[in-house]
Design a protein around this ligand. Structure first.
Ligand code: NAD
Ligand code: DAU
Length: 333
């Protein structure tokens, strides 16, 4: 089976390709990635000579996608490619709309023209917006995106559903909570706090640090995506999360504890504009229909992740380069 994976050089896409090749010996994978700042990390270096993995550098929003699909003839496309960092979308929304929304629409058109049998769109729980009280967003919940990032992802989701209804395309959407684990770009909360703390750089906490996310290990998310690819019903959406809700400050304190660093590194900084207070999803549909169950607790997963960043300093050090420092200065000024 030929499977085209976009954004496979990024954090989650690279874990998914590793899982797919290991679990499905008949799968041949073409990884299409533009290699933006987020795809530079050599995340698939260990699979460079893998016989069933190929790579094409291309933009999902470009005409190249039609030629790539007609040559590779994939049975399925799994679309991870995206601009993924909320803070960057606050600084400049245009790459987000271009890749996440127009790129998805372009890929849907190309998939349709190429007769692709299944299209899996990797979306996010951020499309539901902030969830008040003890509620949990279900797949049929309202879309209330707060940031340009989540608006661009919600628009893409609507496009996917429209292609299903209008053209009968076999589309499945996954919406997952915050991922963490090895190979995450050090702009996101968990790796930023680990890598800053390791170098005794202050840890910037937005506002009061009491915002809540449901942190899931990236490998649990990828197992869910594989199930959605193989068992998901066309036109359906599947949430993934583990039901944990540690406030940001608690996570940061735990990272400092694991690293043996002092709490004096914590700095409360100006809050993120439009910052969602709480994300929480209801995953009963994924458990019931896909048979998905997360395996990693947040406590164990966080300890493993801290240990990975401690052992792989060379990997993240080259990502915290001059362009990262320029972004950092602008964002946290
Ligand atoms: P990432 O930023 O680590 O990786 C994104 C990848 O997409 C990079 O390799 C980049 O080079 C590539 N890319 C960007 N623009 C492209 C384009 N125009 N054409 C081709 N490739 C392009 O992101 P991630 O954290 O791995 O997220 C992957 C997907 O999962 C995204 O769609 C994101 O919205 C979704 N998601 C992420 C999380 C999370 O917590 N990180 C949670 C839920 C959903
Ligand atoms: O919920 C899924 C989403 O999770 C994905 O769709 C996004 O691609 C992914 O980036 C992530 O979005 P968040 O904005 O929740 O993740 P981030 O790691 O940027 O922030 C997590 C929380 O930590 C959030 O409440 C903001 C806070 N934070 C983040 C950074 C980078 C800080 O307090 N300080 C920081 O410096």
């Amino acid at each position: 089976m030929n499977i085209l994976v976009t954004g496979g050089c990024g954090f989650i896409g690279s874990h998914f390709i590793r899982l797919l090749l290991a679990r499905r010996p008949s799968a041949r994978v073409l990884n299409v990635d533009l290699l933006t700042y987020a795809g530079r990390g050599g995340n698939l270096a260990d699979l460079a000579r893998h016989k069933r993995l190929r790579f094409a550098r291309a933009d999902i929003a470009s005409n190249a996608m039609r030629a790539i699909i007609s040559r590779f003839r994939p049975e399925a496309i799994v679309n991870f490619a995206a601009e993924s960092h909320v803070d960057r979308s606050v600084l400049d929304a245009s790459p987000f709309l271009r890749t996440n929304t127009l790129g998805t629409q372009n890929l849907l058109d190309a998939a349709r023209a190429g007769g692709v049998k299944r299209f899996v769109q990797i979306s996010t729980d951020e499309v539901y917006g902030s969830i008040p009280g003890k509620g949990r967003a279900r797949e049929d919940g309202a879309l209330l995106p707060s940031s340009p990032y989540s608006a661009s992802k919600a628009a893409a989701d609507l496009c996917c559903l429209a292609f299903h209804r209008t053209h009968g395309m076999n589309v499945v959407i996954t919406r997952c909570t915050n991922n963490y684990g090895p190979h995450q770009f050090p702009e996101k909360l968990v790796p930023l706090m680990i890598t800053n703390a390791m170098h005794d750089i202050p840890l910037p906490v937005y506002g009061d640090g009491q915002q809540k996310r449901d942190w899931i290990h990236v490998e649990d998310h990828c197992r869910g995506i594989l199930l959605a690819l193989e068992r998901g019903r066309a036109g359906e959406i599947y949430n993934f999360g583990i039901g944990s809700e540690p406030p940001n400050l608690l996570i940061i304190r735990e990272i400092l504890r694991l690293l043996g660093k002092p709490a004096t590194l914590i700095r409360h900084v100006k809050d993120r504009p439009g910052h969602d207070r709480r994300y929480a999803v209801d995953c009963s549909k994924s458990q019931r229909e896909l048979g998905w169950k997360p395996q990693m607790s947040f406590k164990a997963g966080l300890a493993d992740t801290v240990s990975w960043y401690r052992k792989n300093i060379a990997w993240w050090l080259r990502l915290k380069d001059s362009s990262f420092r320029a972004y950092y200065k602008k964002n946290y000024a």
